[in-house]
Design a protein around this ligand. Structure first.
Ligand code: AKG
Length: 330
């Protein structure tokens, strides 16, 4: 298959679903187009950007890929920024660099040691992505007009160590968040190069955003996993849909969607940049006595090790940055 044909196949797959779950449009069948009803839509807001088919796809599946949303120049600027921070050419400031579990006890340094930089929302370069008007226009289709960037990171998935350490276990992002409601939260995840099953693209279980927040914990695998890589129980053998994407393609997904990423079988570090946005109308919840107690404890211990005593909610309150509209309860 030529590259162009392969690309068309991927776009068709993202828009129409792997199993052709959408009926042909009226214009394709010769029927007279009727204004379809969006009355029962729960996960998307009324907007003029998403087509009816795109909204239906998100409503049904909990994710939507927008091809080529972010331009190469910005992606390359972010790539260089990551290298500069890892190599100490630019001060790290309040950003957190996380060492990959498989690389800690090796001679690896700089960009070859860290799998992630997070809390990048105030950085001059990374914030161009987080504040990108085209990204925010799509975010608004899920959150509405008042938007706060809550969780920001650049992920640098290393080549696998041979022990499956580069696999990101299946999880729901809501497990990490003490704010609600879930339908007012959306992740944007942008591929910084071509991603596929060779270098560990995202994998999802479509439709799981319609369920509940499930119990998460560290996987009981033989090898160790990265800090806070919790896994949702009970989906180990479930069929997954892989999301191959081109550089600049951006997937928006719901925080209850079960997802993860595969192992990186290549020799390169697979990069993606991502932000979780929430409507500033969201509110905080107390996670005591819930399945989120384990992650709250872990986050508090991590901040405490840095000499800061903060509760789980406060950690999230100070992470956020208003990026569009009015600041409200979040
Ligand atoms: O980029 C990846 O490999 C997975 C990222 C992810 O699922 C997450 O950080 O929640």
């Amino acid at each position: 298959m030529t590259m162009a044909a392969e690309r068309l196949k991927i776009i068709f797959h993202h828009l129409h679903g792997k199993h052709g779950m959408f009926a042909p449009r009226p214009s394709e069948t010769g029927a007279i187009a009727e204004q379809p009803s969006t009355e029962n839509f729960k996960y998307t807001t009324d907007n003029s950007l998403l087509s009816y088919n795109q909204r239906t796809f998100y409503e049904e599946n909990g994710y939507l890929v927008i091809p080529r949303l972010v331009e190469d120049e910005l992606i390359e600027e972010c790539r260089q920024r990551f290298v500069d921070i890892c190599e100490g050419h630019v001060p790290q400031g309040h950003m957190t660099l996380m060492k990959d579990i498989s690389l800690i006890k090796t001679n690896a340094t700089g960009q070859y040691l860290y799998y992630k930089v997070q809390d990048i929302v105030w950085d001059d370069v990374f914030s161009k992505y987080i504040l990108h008007p085209k990204v925010l226009d799509y975010v608004e289709c899920f959150t509405g007009p008042n938007i706060k960037a809550m969780h920001t990171m650049l992920i640098n998935k290393p080549p696998d160590s041979g022990k499956l350490t580069s696999k990101h276990p299946l999880h729901q992002d809501l497990h990490y968040f003490p704010f609600r409601p879930p339908e007012c939260i959306v992740a944007a995840w942008t591929a910084m190069e071509r991603v596929n099953e060779d270098n560990g693209c995202l994998v999802v279980i479509p439709g799981t955003h319609k369920g509940e927040l499930l119990t998460h914990d560290y996987p009981k695998w033989d090898h160790k996993v990265n800090k806070a890589f919790h896994r949702v129980e009970g989906f180990a053998d479930h069929p997954l849909v892989a999301l191959p994407m081109e550089k600049g393609d951006t997937v928006f997904f719901h925080p209850l969607l079960i997802h993860g990423s595969g192992i990186n079988k290549t020799k390169g570090f697979r990069k993606a940049i991502s932000c979780h946005y929430a409507a500033s109308e969201c509110y905080y919840i107390d996670v005591e006595g819930t399945t989120q107690e384990n992650i709250a404890r872990e986050v508090q211990e991590m901040t405490s090790r840095k000499g800061i005593e903060l509760d789980f909610q406060t950690v999230w309150k100070i992470r956020g940055r208003m990026v569009r509209g009015k600041e409200l309860t979040l």
